[in-house]
Write a protein that binds this ligand. Structure first.
Ligand code: FES
Length: 126
């Protein structure tokens, strides 16, 4: 089987889909080669990610990666979210095929981009 059960589960039943109206940080990244786009919304209170939502226009692995990545940072500190790597996302999904690794990179980049946005809005944190 090309995809793990976890990938299939997060693709078929993605967690945290949607957007946050009054988000504290929003990040959007894309991959020029495949054209997939990922958007992440963060709600942050006292340095903790209290809520996170995503919208991904992309392949199944990108959807599964964003779903897993949001689960991994929910309730965590901003620093922990900044440290999330695509490798951790891939491992949590029990692996991705080699040519789909870039989909998990998109998730790491989207979270970093949303945290960047957060720090621009709140340089001293919130
Ligand atoms: Fe590009 Fe999955 S094929 S994000």
């Amino acid at each position: 089987m090309l995809y793990s059960e976890k990938v299939m589960d997060h693709f078929m039943n993605p967690r945290n889909v949607g957007e946050i109206e009054d988000a504290d940080g929003i990040g959007e990244v894309g991959n020029a080669k495949c054209g997939d786009i990922m958007k992440i919304y963060l709600k942050i209170d006292q340095n903790i990610i209290t809520d996170v939502k995503f919208k991904t226009f992309g392949c199944g692995s990108a959807i599964a990666s964003s779903s897993m990545a949001t689960e991994l940072i929910k309730g965590k500190s901003v620093d922990e979210a900044l440290a999330l790597t695509n490798k951790a996302v891939t491992e949590a999904l029990d692996g991705l095929p080699t040519h789909k690794i870039h989909c998990s990179v998109l998730a790491e980049e989207a979270i970093k981009s949303a945290l960047d946005d957060f720090y621009q809005r709140y340089p001293d944190g919130k």
